[in-house]
Structures are given as structure tokens and as C-alpha cells.
Design a protein around this ligand. Structure first.
Ligand SMILES: Nc1ncnc2c1ncn2[C@@H]1O[C@H](COP(=O)(O)OP(=O)(O)O)[C@@H](O)[C@H]1O
Ligand SMILES: Cc1cn([C@H]2C[C@H](O)[C@@H](COP(=O)(O)OP(=O)(O)O)O2)c(=O)[nH]c1=O
Length: 191
């Protein structure tokens, strides 16, 4: 089973994946961008936000996704695999950047994932106050430096995209406590 943890920067994805992995050591955890040897190199370029062309950036995220699918997701399809980000980030950030339509992004992502979208998605939803507080406590990468309004637009696109695609999902209030969120996830995944 391929499960995606999604949400904008600092919403708490990694914290919850770590907690889940402690309780269930058999779960395979991975992430995008950067979950493969090629992905590590792509991630360095992508997080520096140095590409002039948004198309080039999108294609590099998609190349990372295709390699990640082939190397990590497909060989483990009989196990529980949890990925910190994936194609919902791919669609959400690209829509917020402008220039691309939802339908063409879905088409490109289907191609990268060989038609295999995740079985379930957990989306963390945060608010301006929490986002401001948490981002002020870390050094920001190039993408995060695009601003908090931008990130909240990404979040809205992520939510709408999940609803439009009809993939089974859980929406999480990211402002809730770490323990409450952990319990909701355990209940939803029944693991
Ligand atoms: N529910 C929560 N309540 C308060 N702080 C949280 C919560 N979840 C995560 N944090 C803190 O917020 C920061 C970002 O969390 P992290 O899990 O790294 O987010 P992400 O992986 O989505 O970027 C970390 O300092 C983490 O300890
Ligand atoms: C997977 C993906 C990520 N991104 C962005 C979201 C993040 O800002 C960045 C990945 O950063 P990362 O450090 O992995 O995420 P987080 O801050 O949540 O721990 O790349 C895209 O713009 N498109 C994509 O397809």
C-alpha cells in the first residue's frame, strides 16, 4: 500500500512519519524529492530555486518522481510504504506557480507514476499563524522563501486536487497536538 503524507512546509509531516515508524518498524518510509541516488542530486538543484524555467523545474520534479516510483514504490508494492510528499505537492506547487493547468499536471504525473496514484493520502492543513510561527524557527530553503501567502495558496490547491481526483484521504488539522494527530493517523490507517 502506497500512502502519501502531504502538506506545505512545517505542517508536521516528518514528525508524524517518524512517530509512525517508531510504532511500526516494518513500514518503509521515503520522501520526494530525494528518495533515490539521482533524487539527491535533483533535490540539491530544486531546493536552491535556481532554475529560470518553471517548466524545467516541473520536469525535474517529475524525473525525480519517476525514478522514485521505479526504485522505491513499485518494488515494495506488497508492503506499507509511506512517502513524505509526492505528486500532490507536484500539482499544488506547480498550480501556485501559474502556467500549468490541472489536467495537464494530472496527465504528466500519471505518466511519471506509470498510472499508479497512491492508495491513500493524509493531508495536513495549517493556518497563517501556525505557519508564521513554525517557519520563523527554521532556516528557509529557496522554495519556502517564496512567502507564506504562496504556501497557503499551494495548500488550497492540494486540498482541491485531492477532492477532484477522488483518492481516499484524511484531512488533518495541523494545529492540533502531536499526540492527537498521531492517534487520528493510527485510527485512519488501522496499522
Ligand atoms: N502538531 C504540532 N504541534 C506543534 N509543533 C509541531 C507539530 N508538528 C510538528 N511540529 C514542529 O514543527 C516543525 C516542523 O515540523 P515537521 O514535522 O518537520 O514538518 P514538515 O515535515 O511538514 O516540514 C518542527 O519543529 C516540529 O517539531
Ligand atoms: C515533491 C515536490 C516538492 N516541492 C517543494 C515543496 C518543498 O518546498 C520542497 C521540498 O522540501 P522538503 O524539505 O522535502 O519539504 P519539507 O519542508 O516539508 O520538509 O519542494 C515542489 O515544489 N514540487 C514537488 O513536486
Amino acid at each position: 500500500m502506497y500512502i502519501l503524507f502531504e502538506g506545505i512546509d512545517t505542517c508536521g509531516k516528518s514528525t508524524q512519519i517518524e512517530l509512525l515508524a517508531q510504532v511500526h518498524p516494518g513500514i518503509i518510509t521515503t520522501h520526494e524529492p530525494g528518495g533515490t541516488a539521482f533524487g539527491k542530486k535533483a533535490r540539491e538543484i530544486l531546493l536552491s530555486d535556481s532554475l529560470r524555467s518553471k517548466r524545467a523545474e516541473l520536469l525535474l520534479f517529475l524525473a525525480d518522481r519517476a525514478e522514485h516510483y521505479e526504485e522505491v514504490i513499485e518494488p515494495n508494492k506488497d508492503k506499507v510504504v509511506i512517502s513524505d510528499r509526492g505528486f500532490i505537492s507536484g500539482i499544488g506547487y506547480a498550480l501556485a506557480n501559474g502556467d500549468f493547468s490541472f489536467d495537464e499536471l494530472v496527465h504528466l504525473n500519471r505518466f511519471a507514476l506509470k498510472e499508479h496514484f497512491p492508495d491513500r493520502i493524509i493531508l495536513f492543513l495549517t493556518d497563517m499563524e501556525t505557519l508564521r510561527e513554525r517557519t520563523s524557527q527554521k532556516s528557509l530553503d529557496g522554495i519556502e522563501l517564496r512567502g507564506l501567502e504562496y504556501l497557503l495558496r499551494v495548500q488550497e490547491h492540494m486540498k482541491e486536487s485531492i477532492l477532484k481526483l477522488g483518492i481516499p484521504h484524511l484531512f488533518i488539522d495541523a494545529t492540533d497536538s502531536i499526540e492527537n494527530i498521531h492517534q487520528s493517523i493510527l485510527t485512519y490507517l488501522k496499522v
